[in-house]
Design a protein around this ligand. Structure first.
Ligand SMILES: [Cu+2]
Length: 472
């Protein structure tokens, strides 16, 4: 008798407890997710029940400023690096629509670390230019999660800026703060050195060596400095949602002049207190919270400090308000922390040059072809066109390439997806359709047919037009 009563109480206690820890709440309603660009964060979730959240995210390949005078072809989730911030609630069903803009060159997908399922959604979201894919997942675990592109070559897609954060708020909500901001670190690997001007192609070699030229917050040098700094007033509380896209480096995130009152290490649930520097793994996150007590400019850094002063990982938090001499009695000055590069002016992305009416000389086509090769083809076919065993066929001394000029024009125009044999080795991969214009196709083929040990006639624009008109 007594035992069964006790048992009943235990069962009751257990079922109450289990309701509190698993997502048994009923799903109701549908809403479109509010997405924001860094450093903004969507507003806290007011719902006390899970719902269906619809996310529309568009991948765009865009030329933007990496540093003053330096442009880069970024691959983005939503037009900027990092990608849009997504905020949902524990237990929500997320219906994800990934669109790949028609003018893009590459296929893309998304792996969200908040997904419980194969690839984090990667295979289900694989999307060619001009297409939209849809898949759904249940946000089972609360936390701050990274998402990124996972299309081959994965490292290159991440290095070009394809990462962002998704916050799954715990069902009990998060403590109120005065400001929430979104800051995500990432490295860029360029052909030129830090500061070399112009449009900089991605360097696969430096990426493999893990030697970036740029380490930045929010996609560019100076994204959070001067009039783009984060702001607050003395006495206010701040929460930073921090992410690290990598693709290689670990961040030692620190705010000069502040101590984090709370840190949810690696974006997890349990808060650690009174922390100076928090490690953010590549492909990981950290949520930090602190109160700013006195006015001044606080500097956000990766405390692997050469990155900060020589590669760009420097941001600012400008705090206004009343001095409090008891907490800090000193002359306020940010001089010694002033960024060496100075202010960044935003630059309009250069317009895509219209196909020139003038005929290029073979020499000019070789030069244009070389640029196209290093910006587009090298990522897969490798910098010396030597190919990658089991994945990408060589263009260097390729019997397949040199055997049929017309066929090579069609491949570069339309992509290729069938079994082929190059120099006696079989390949069966996917070369995406690259949306190149005829001058570019002629130039890049002229270049590859006369480089890397190949020797052949140039390919003219007339030949390309002719082959494409007749489809053979
Ligand atoms: Cu991608």
């Amino acid at each position: 008798m007594k035992i069964s009563v006790l048992f009943g109480i235990l069962i009751a206690a257990f079922s109450v407890h289990s309701q509190g820890t698993t997502s048994q709440e009923a799903l109701s309603g549908t809403e479109e997710a509010a997405l924001t660009s860094a450093p903004q964060v969507p507003p806290p979730i007011q719902r006390n029940h899970p719902t269906k959240v619809v996310v529309h995210l568009e991948v765009k390949e865009v030329v933007k400023t990496l540093s003053s005078g330096v442009q880069y072809m970024f691959w983005t989730f939503g037009g900027d690096v990092p990608g849009k911030f997504i905020r949902v609630r524990e237990g929500d069903e997320v219906e994800f629509h990934l669109s790949n803009a028609p003018e893009n060159l590459m296929p893309h997908n998304i792996d969200l670390h908040a997904v419980s399922g194969p690839g984090g959604g990667a295979a289900s979201s694989f999307t060619a230019p001009g297409h939209t894919s849809q898949f759904s997942f249940k946000a089972l675990n609360p936390g701050l999660f990274v998402y990124h592109c996972a299309t081959a070559p994965v490292g290159m897609h991440i290095a070009n800026g394809m990462y962002g954060l998704i916050l799954v708020e715990p069902k009990e909500g998060m403590a109120k703060v005065d400001h929430e901001y979104y800051v995500m670190q990432g490295e860029f690997y360029t052909e030129g050195k830090y500061g070399d001007e112009g449009l900089q192609p991605f360097s696969m070699e430096k990426a493999i060596a893990e030697k970036p030229d740029y380490v930045v917050f929010n996609g560019s040098v100076g994204s959070l400095t001067d009039d783009r700094a984060l702001t607050a007033k003395a006495g206010e509380t701040i929460r930073l949602f921090l992410g690290n896209g990598g693709p290689n480096l670990i961040s030692s995130f620190h705010v000069i002049g502040e101590i984090f009152d709370k840190v949810q290490t690696e974006g997890g649930s349990i808060a650690q207190e009174n922390v100076q520097t928090t490690l953010i793994p590549s492909g990981g996150s950290s949520t930090v919270q602190f109160k700013v007590d006195v006015p001044g400019t606080y500097i956000l850094v990766d405390h692997s400090i050469f990155r900060t002063f020589n590669k760009g990982s420097l941001g600012m938090l400008k705090v206004t308000g009343e001095e409090n001499k008891e907490i800090y009695s000193g002359k306020q000055s940010d001089e010694i922390y002033h960024p060496e590069g100075g202010a960044i002016q935003s630059v309009e992305p250069p317009k895509k040059a219209a196909a020139p009416k003038v005929k290029l000389t073979t020499q000019q086509m070789m030069e244009k072809g070389q640029r196209t090769f290093s910006q587009i083809c090298a990522a897969c076919h490798q910098p010396q066109a030597q190919g990658l065993v089991g994945a990408f066929p060589p263009l260097a001394k390729s019997d397949f390439l040199m055997a049929d000029k017309n066929r090579s024009i069609l491949i570069v125009k339309n992509g290729l997806q069938k079994e082929i044999t190059v120099n006696g080795v079989k390949y069966n991969g996917v070369m995406p359709k690259l949306n190149l214009d005829n001058v570019t196709i002629a130039s890049v083929l002229t270049y590859v047919r006369n480089s890397f040990g190949n020797k052949g006639e140039p390919v003219t624009v007339d030949e390309v037009e002719d082959v494409l008109a007749h489809g053979k």
